[in-house]
Design a protein around this ligand. Structure first.
Ligand code: CA
Length: 225
């Protein structure tokens, strides 16, 4: 994978770069938000490791600009474990996953490689359809009532899991495991944020609402009764 690291702590950036280069990834590093954003837009990396607390243009602003520019890069945000609000804001702003500092390099490598897998492993069909919502799995495009909807990579993955089995309930834990391939430290808040983001894009300006909350169970996609 082509990975861009935007992290102002040079020592940490060096550790990250070495750990990922050893796994065969291709790395570039920037130590501030402005340069990182410029490189992200010019070079279209597969994945961006983005520190939130950066001098100058901060990580959240970089993320906002990337999503405005419809960057297809997956974004893993790095933030101190205590900064829960930052992490939530980052996910709301379009990040695909987060990693709390301090983290081990093994944890980083595992998280990066989980994000690198192209979404869901088995694709029974190239086209998925629920009511007037259509997904072109191969080209990773979504449209509702013929109108294209821009989704971040992880939003797409969550929607794909739901659309592969319309009407089947998914618990937050199962969604988390299916999309983030994470069987520890899963976090229901992350899933809730992604469902909120998806609803805003898929359901807020269309009827009927397709993403349903099943109280005490989780979520499903179907035409509501
Ligand atoms: Ca920092």
């Amino acid at each position: 994978m082509r990975i861009l690291v935007i992290e102002d702590e040079r020592q940490l950036a060096g550790h990250i770069t070495r750990a990922l280069a050893r796994r065969g990834h291709c790395l570039a590093t920037h130590f501030n938000g402005e340069d990182g954003l410029k490189a992200a837009l010019a070079e279209s990396p597969d994945l961006i490791l983005l520190d939130l607390n950066l001098p100058g243009l901060d990580g959240l602003s970089v993320l906002g600009r990337l999503r405005e520019e419809k960057s297809a890069a997956r974004v893993l945000i790095l933030t101190a474990r205590s900064e829960v609000e930052h992490r939530i804001k980052g996910l709301q702003a379009g990040a695909d996953d987060y990693l709390g500092k301090p983290f081990s390099m093994d944890e980083l490598v595992a998280r990066v490689e989980a994000l690198g897998r192209r979404g869901i492993t088995s694709t029974p069909s190239d086209w998925l359809k629920v009511a007037d919502l259509q997904m072109d799995v191969r080209h990773r495009r979504v449209a509702r009532a013929g109108k294209p909807i821009a989704l971040s990579p992880r939003e797409f993955d969550v929607l794909q899991v739901l659309m592969q089995e319309p009407g089947r309930p998914f618990s937050r834990t199962e969604l988390c495991e299916r999309v983030w391939q994470r069987d520890h430290e899963y976090d229901t808040r992350t899933v809730e944020i992604f469902i909120t983001r998806l609803r805003k894009k898929v359901d807020s300006t269309f009827t009927p609402a397709l993403i349903q909350t099943l109280r005490g169970v989780g979520y499903t996609i179907r035409i509501g009764e």
